[in-house]
Design a protein around this ligand. Structure first.
Ligand code: 5GP
Length: 193
């Protein structure tokens, strides 16, 4: 997606060789206009898949997921990383190792929000090693729901996430794909949409 690549090139910051900081428009401060466009684009790609729920992981997945869900006309569910006192119903849970925080957390969604009738689109801000998406896929599968695909804002294609998901037969659509962050330079690969 050209608008996104232009913004990453202008405002993204490279940290080390593996991490891209986009806190001016995605992960801390959010540009709602760009975010809306990105959610719309993911919704368009999956428009014929009869999606019934958009699922993401708090916190940074919520913004793109809500816009995609709005365009698809379906609810958005965000998995929680810590258990809330109000979550007193049966839970779907799995473990996710966080690439940026380097801790493992238990993620959960109330059982009542997903069922075997659901066709799910998973949305997240970044795809690195694929652990967040894999954890969300496991939650959906516990409910018997079908995962139609994973929609990503920024994929770091030099890490293993895409391969992990494709090996699970899950289609991945990324709006920007980063081939390399070596020497502080952002090198793009051809995006999916
Ligand atoms: P994965 O589970 O695919 O290894 O990592 C995905 C999660 O880690 C995303 O939800 C995102 O929050 C975080 N993440 C991974 N790589 C980056 C990065 O380069 N920059 C930022 N800001 N977050 C990242």
């Amino acid at each position: 997606m050209q608008e996104l690549e232009e913004r990453i090139a202008a405002r993204g910051r490279v940290l080390g060789e593996n991490v891209l900081k986009v806190d001016e428009f995605v992960t801390h401060q959010v540009d709602p206009v760009l975010m809306n466009l990105m959610g719309d684009r993911l919704a368009e790609v999956f428009a014929d898949k009869k999606i019934t729920k958009v699922v993401t992981l708090e916190t940074s997945g919520i913004a793109p997921a809500i816009f995609a869900a709005q365009t698809l006309g379906v609810p958005m569910i965000f998995a929680r990383k810590s258990k809330s006192l109000t979550m007193n119903e049966e839970l779907l849970t799995s473990s996710v190792y966080s690439f940026t925080k380097q801790v493992t957390s238990t993620i959960s969604i109330s059982r009542k929000f997903l069922s075997a009738e659901d066709n799910v689109l998973i949305v997240d801000d970044f795809l690195a090693n694929g652990q967040a998406a894999k954890g969300l896929i496991e939650l959906c599968r516990q409910a018997g729901a079908h995962v139609e695909g994973v929609g990503i804002i920024i994929e770091k294609s030099f890490q293993d996430g895409r391969k992990l998901l494709e090996d699970m037969d899950i289609p991945v659509v990324s709006l920007a794909r980063i081939a390399s962050l070596k020497n502080g330079e952002i090198e793009f690969a051809k995006a999916d949409a």
